[in-house]
Write a protein that binds this ligand. Structure first.
Ligand SMILES: Cc1ncc(COP(=O)(O)O)c(C=O)c1O
Length: 377
């Protein structure tokens, strides 16, 4: 029985062409023609002026926070319902993350709770230094509402679009909404560079600064001179070659993931206890991962873990939804605002295999196995 993975890489075939070019021209470095072309094509795709290719999305968040002036003791707001990498760079900088609950429809930052936290911190004289917003599983957050809060309180917005390349909000691609936005090209993302990320902005001075910081902060001098602490965060020209070929098929990859979602909803909505992540009007998700929510009141003892274990026994990988960061042992002392929306998503949800290389037969096998759990009960 072949293994069905949650979200495996999906090569187009052209990757080796760009890697070969890099070898033939000896551009085996964290700079080079593949990096330049990848950055330009990515920025064009997203509809933003500039991008910098980096070694990871986490590195991009780290640089974004540095450029927002975040330092020791500062408050940075972040959703609780996300991967730890959204928040870890806040801690690298000795700043304090503050976690915010989700809202029910998109599962992203709840604007009401966000405002409550902003008001609280302004009142105690600790105005948040930045707000990180995340489009979880590719679903756009409530950008209008969140933007108006950022404007009202004059707090910079960093867009974590790690999972959301190819999604859009009111006709505009995600990754183009932050003063600084970030994307991940980790192996499980909609397209990959094996490992990698990017920082995007319309502001050329921020882009220049990001390139400077990401290449060891070398001052202009014939010798090695440094006036700031730098990082080794650039993407290699080999990995960027993979990214160039992946970008050529990005639209196809988005369509395949959205088709997976359509297949799952058509098949599984027949089970009354199952619901999905909502796409409000004007919101388009790339459906990076399709997730189901199982209503415990209707599920007659069937919980996500039972389904996960049944699938695992059939060599099918599925995963619980993100465990909220305020419930993570490492963040146990971090301030949290909100109720139990994210917590419920974690308890009741399951991410289903969502790769763009799934066949209809794979999808049928997965759905039949999920149905089998319900029919057995
Ligand atoms: C929401 C989110 N933010 C940040 C990251 C970090 O990206 P990377 O793995 O490229 O460092 C990821 C994914 O891994 C992610 O899912």
């Amino acid at each position: 029985m072949k293994k069905i993975w949650l979200s495996p890489p999906h090569m187009s075939g052209n990757e080796l062409k760009y890697i070969r070019e890099a070898f033939e021209s000896n551009w085996i470095a964290p700079l080079g023609p593949n990096v330049d072309a990848f950055e330009q094509k990515l920025a064009n795709y997203v509809g933003i002026d500039h991008s910098v290719a980096l070694s990871s999305g986490t590195a991009a968040i780290h640089l974004a926070l540095i450029m927002a002036g975040v330092g020791q003791g500062d408050i940075v707001i972040c959703p609780t319902f996300t991967f730890a990498a959204s928040a870890n760079p806040i801690v690298y900088l000795k700043a304090t993350p503050v976690f915010i609950d989700s809202e029910n429809s998109t599962w992203n930052l709840c604007p009401d709770v966000l405002e409550e936290a902003i008001i609280y911190y302004i009142k105690i004289g600790k105005k948040p230094k930045a707000i990180i917003g995340v489009h979880i599983y590719g679903m756009p957050m409530q950008l209008n509402e969140i933007f108006s809060l950022c404007e009202k309180y004059e707090i910079p917005f960093i867009e974590d679009a790690a999972e959301a390349l190819g999604s859009s909000y009111q006709g505009k691609k995600l990754g183009s909404f932050g003063k600084i936005s970030i994307i991940s090209f980790n192996g499980n993302k909609i397209i990959t560079t094996s490992g990698g990320g990017a920082l995007l902005s319309d502001d050329l001075s921020l882009i220049k600064k990001a390139k400077f910081l990401a290449s060891q902060a070398k001052d202009e001098a014939p010798h090695y001179q440094h006036s700031e602490i730098g990082y080794n965060y650039r993407l290699s020209n080999i990995c960027a070659g993979i990214g160039r070929a992946q970008l050529e098929v990005l639209d196809e990859r988005v369509k395949s993931r959205q088709a997976n979602f359509d297949f799952y909803t058509k098949e599984l909505r027949k089970l009354p206890r199952i619901s999905f992540q909502n796409e409000p009007p004007g919101f388009v998700s790339n459906r990076w991962l399709t997730c189901i929510i199982i209503d415990p009141k209707l599920a007659e003892g069937i919980n996500p873990d039972r389904i996960r274990l049944h699938l695992e026994a059939k060599n099918i990988e599925s995963r619980p939804l993100w465990k909220p960061l305020h419930l993570q042992p490492v963040f146990k002392d971090v301030p949290y605002f909100g109720g139990n929306v994210a917590e419920k998503l974690f308890e009741q949800g399951l991410c289903l295999p969502s790769g763009s290389n799934l066949t209809e037969n794979d999808l049928s096998v997965i759905c039949n196995n999920i149905k089998a759990v319900f029919h057995k009960s």
